[in-house]
Structures are given as structure tokens and as C-alpha cells.
Design a protein around this ligand. Structure first.
Ligand code: NDP
Length: 260
């Protein structure tokens, strides 16, 4: 019998923020590996376009319009997603927003609160509901599951003028480690992904900046922007049984930027 851990047939995965960018890159690889996939985003138009793209890979696809900063919406959507797919083997809390300021001194409470609401509260609500489902399943005799959070290099490097964003990304790594220890007994593992500079809508301003092209991208040892597809492999690995003993880790995926 061949070793085929990355055949995800029979598994179901949820990617929040899966309608574009890094999340869509992960959802696409999961669907191509045979998993049923759910995506959540707050924009129904993006959701519909991504759903059609994912369905082309042949598996079941569920797309839900959810604002992850809304606790009641996340609770309801998680129940509906589990109902639609029968189970969730992996949940990737990836939805996030940027939100900087001209300087830290000028950072408004409104920016601080909005960034925390989506990037920290949203990950909390999503992971809590995911763990609830996975623990209940374990108690019913079917242990296992994978929880992932998308953090950022901003969690471990100084992200000037982005203190709110940096605080959320550091926060989700700490949350993930606590989840990993608490849920190991149920066979549930938790890990964080730390992307570097990735070409998505979030970084459109930086992609258009000549100064950025001149000063930052040449410092990426891989000598290019990261792409959403660069996140497919880690999503598949962490959803698969190949990672069943891998928990509490932080995966830096940045083309070598942070070690150069
Ligand atoms: P994009 O802006 O391309 O995508 C963001 C995704 O999050 C969209 O699918 C969006 O869907 C969803 N989203 C945003 N707000 C909400 C909300 N309130 N409720 C539900 N979904 C929401 O960004 P990226 O793909 O680049 O970012 C994905 C993750 O990666 C984020 O957590 C980001 O912080 C992180 N990251 C990105 C880096 C980069 O260089 N691009 C670097 C490091 C980390 P919709 O618009 O429908 O709400």
C-alpha cells in the first residue's frame, strides 16, 4: 500500500478569508488534494467567484458570508458549516485586515479596535467554535483535528506604524500555543503560519511602490514576492495525517526574508 498522506479525500476543511489571497491559495490546494472545503468571507461577490473556482476541482464547496468579528455570526456559521460538510477536520483562521497609521502617536482607537475585532476576536471566535466541534467529536470516540491561525512576520519583527496589527498577530500565536497544549489530549493540534511579503490585495499599496520594489523585495533571498499558491503545501500538510504529531509550531513562509 503506497504512503499517500496528502490525499485528503474524506476530509473537510474550513478556511476563513478563503475567498481570495492567501486563504484562497490554501483552499485551492486543499480542494485539489480531494478535501471538501468551506470558505468564509464578508463579501458575497468574492465568495461566489471563489466557490465556482474551487468547485472546478470536483469536491463539495460551501461558501458563507460571515463577518468573523461578529461572535453570533461565527457561532451560527460554524454549526451550519459542520452540518453541511458533516465534519471539519481542519479549520484555518486566516481572515484578517491591515490597519496602520502615519505614526504610532497618531493611531486612533477606532483603528486599534477594528483591527483587534477582526484579527484577534475573529480568530478567537473561529478557533473556539472549531475546538468545541473537535472536542465533542473526540468525546464521541473520533479524536483528531487541526487548527491553524494565520499570523505574520509582524508578530516577531518590528512592524513600524502597525502596532495594532502586530499586537493581533503576536496574540494569535500565543492563543494557538495555549490551544495546542489544552487540546492535545483530544488529538487536536494547533499551529501558526507566518507569511512574509505576499502579493495579495492586502499588499496592493506596497506592490505599487517603487521604493518598496527597490529597497524591500531585493532583501528577500527568494528574490520575488510570495504568492497565495505558496501556502497550499502548508495547508495540505497540516490538514493531513502526516502532521498528526506536529503541534504548537510556527511556520515562517517568507522566502527567507526574516533570516537574511
Ligand atoms: P486579502 O486582503 O487578500 O484577503 C483577506 C481575506 O480576509 C479576504 O478573504 C477577506 O474576505 C477576509 N476578511 C477580511 N475581513 C473579514 C471579516 N471581518 N470577516 C470575514 N472575512 C474577512 O489578504 P491576505 O490574503 O494577504 O491575508 C490573509 C491573512 O494573511 C491575513 O490574516 C493577513 O493578516 C495575513 N498576512 C498577509 C500577509 C501579506 O503579505 N499579504 C503577510 C502576513 C500575514 P472579505 O473581503 O470577503 O471579507
Amino acid at each position: 500500500m503506497a504512503y499517500q498522506p496528502f490525499n485528503l479525500a474524506g476530509k473537510a476543511a474550513l478556511v476563513t478569508g478563503g475567498n481570495r489571497g492567501i486563504g484562497l491559495g490554501m483552499a485551492e490546494a486543499l480542494a485539489q488534494s480531494g478535501a471538501d472545503v468551506a470558505i468564509w468571507g464578508s463579501n458575497p461577490t468574492y465568495n461566489a467567484t471563489a466557490k465556482a473556482r474551487l468547485e472546478a476541482h470536483g469536491g463539495r464547496v460551501v461558501a458563507k458570508t460571515v463577518d468573523v468579528s461578529d461572535e453570533a455570526a461565527v457561532v451560527a456559521a460554524m454549526a451550519e458549516t459542520v452540518e453541511a460538510l458533516g465534519r471539519l477536520d481542519s479549520v484555518i483562521a486566516n481572515a484578517g485586515i491591515g490597519g496602520g497609521a502615519p505614526s504610532f502617536s497618531e493611531m486612533s482607537v477606532a483603528v486599534w479596535r477594528r483591527v483587534l475585532a477582526v484579527n484577534l476576536d475573529g480568530v478567537f471566535f473561529t478557533c473556539r467554535e472549531a475546538c468545541k466541534h473537535m472536542v465533542a467529536r473526540a468525546k464521541a470516540g473520533d479524536p483528531g483535528g487541526s487548527v491553524m491561525v494565520t499570523a505574520s512576520l509582524a508578530a516577531i519583527e518590528g512592524a513600524a506604524r502597525n502596532e495594532a496589527y502586530a499586537a493581533t498577530k503576536g496574540g494569535v500565536i500565543s492563543m494557538m500555543r495555549a490551544i495546542a497544549v489544552e487540546h492535545a489530549r483530544y488529538g487536536v493540534r494547533a499551529n501558526a503560519i507566518l507569511p512574509g511579503w505576499i502579493a495579495t490585495d492586502m499588499t496592493a499599496g506596497a506592490q505599487a511602490s517603487p521604493a518598496f520594489a527597490e529597497k524591500v523585495i531585493p532583501r528577500v533571498p527568494a528574490r520575488r514576492w510570495g504568492e497565495p499558491a505558496d501556502f497550499g503545501g502548508i495547508a495540505v500538510y497540516l490538514t493531513s495525517d502526516a502532521s498528526s504529531y506536529h503541534s504548537g509550531d510556527t511556520f515562517v513562509i517568507d522566502g527567507g526574508y526574516s533570516i537574511f
